[in-house]
Ligand binder design. Structure first.
Ligand SMILES: Cc1cc2nc3c(=O)[nH]c(=O)nc-3n(C[C@H](O)[C@H](O)[C@H](O)COP(=O)(O)O)c2cc1C
Length: 364
């Protein structure tokens, strides 16, 4: 049913401006009479951060910024959904146009700048579905004009902990000036100390809320050393590697669009983000699990991420080019890989290639 629906809708969506296409997709998902997803193969189940994921394929942050369609996404087969980035107060983000499709490259450049309906609106929506189940992560960020960005993260954790399966601290969006500076060692240590403290403070009422850190793929390896060291010492529950890149690989074919400011995602990010994932995996030494994101557009790419060190996966951009059927395709490919190697769970593949990947020449 999803496939037939998409054959009709995909050409229409592609003819629209990318942001209009996205808004229409959200509307369709809100009102489409979707049947519950088929039960996942038990071998795809993943346990991480104290949570039981039915499968490892997650919707990355940015698709459902305001928590409008998490339940539709579960019906499409996602194993978890990360909503947000949410900012404390509503904000419009940057002027349009601010999303660009690099069709020939399978890439996207966005400079949305945290357009968010704000905490009140999103919290109301999440509270209304609180008993619906499914793993919903909440990705939080700071308002652009905030006088105290750390206080924004703390306030959002306090407010969302009770409705969040986990919270992601997003310090890696390239589209809020200065935000990425929070990845710098002293700033990050202070931020994570206060975030984890807030989590502990609300735990008696909200329950345990895993805290994840989402990083940019553009960190130097020396910076990554610091970031992982601090994440470990502050006892975060996991990391997401990673966000969009400011880099513009010379291989990009859409040379005119490549000049647009913003973060690049999708296929051109795959090799680079997978390398950063493996570099992170070898530094984390199994202390906490990683979510791999960046350019996953096939079963093979998903498997490469797991073998590079990802316990869980997230994707967004490839859905624009390949459609929502990609989720089922990836899950089938993962089951096939398990059968090929006669394995009972994906856990046995996590990080199998990490050392080899970090020994390769740096991806161009
Ligand atoms: C249009 C768009 C909006 C995004 N918005 C956010 C966001 O609000 N917060 C965030 O942490 N990541 C955001 N991302 C980054 C994605 O979550 C993901 O980390 C990145 O796109 C790499 O995955 P992909 O190549 O599968 O898209 C956004 C990506 C795109 C394409």
């Amino acid at each position: 049913m999803i496939a037939a629906f998409e054959r009709l809708v995909q050409p229409l969506l592609h003819a629209l401006d990318p942001e209009d296409a996205h808004a229409l997709t959200l509307k369709l998902l809100k009102f489409a009479p979707l049947l519950p997803a088929a039960r996942d193969d038990a071998r795809l189940a993943v346990r991480a951060f104290g949570l039981n994921f039915p499968n490892p394929v997650g919707m990355a942050a940015g698709f459902d910024k305001n928590a409008e369609v998490p339940d539709a996404l579960f019906r499409l087969g996602f194993g978890f959904v990360e909503v947000g980035t949410i900012t404390p107060r509503p904000q419009a983000g940057n002027p349009r146009p601010r999303i660009f499709r690099l069709d020939a490259d399978g890439g996207v450049i966005n400079r949305l700048g945290f357009n968010s309906q704000g905490a009140d609106a999103v919290l109301k929506r999440l509270a209304a579905r609180a008993d619906a189940g499914g793993i919903v992560g909440i990705n939080v960020g700071a308002n652009k004009d905030s006088p105290d960005r750390v206080a924004d993260y703390v306030a959002l954790i306090e407010r969302f902990a009770s409705v969040a399966s986990y919270v992601t601290v997003n310090v890696s969006s390239p589209n809020t000036p200065g935000l990425r500076a929070l990845q710098q060692a002293t700033a990050l240590d202070d931020l994570l100390a206060r975030v984890v403290d807030a989590r502990e403070r609300v735990a008696p009422n909200a329950g345990p809320t895993p805290v994840l850190l989402k990083i940019a793929p553009d960190l130097s390896l020396a910076e990554l050393d610091d970031v992982v060291g601090i994440a470990r010492s502050r006892r975060v529950d996991g990391m997401i590697v990673g966000n969009t890149t400011l880099a513009r690989p010379p291989s990009l074919r859409e040379t005119k669009l490549a000049g647009e400011a913003g973060g690049l995602s999708g296929r051109p990010l795959l090799a680079f983000a997978t390398r950063m994932l493996a570099e992170t995996y070898v530094r984390v030494e199994g202390v906490f699990p990683l979510i791999g994101a960046g350019g996953i557009d096939s079963g093979a790419a998903a498997l490469a991420k797991i073998r590079a060190g990802a316990t869980l996966l997230q994707l967004y951009s490839a859905l624009v080019f390949r459609g929502l059927g990609l989720v089922a395709e990836i899950k089938s490919a993962l089951v096939a890989a398990l059968e090929r190697d006669r394995l009972d769970s994906l856990a046995e593949l996590v990080g199998a290639d990490a050392a080899a990947v970090t020994a390769e020449p740096w991806p161009a």
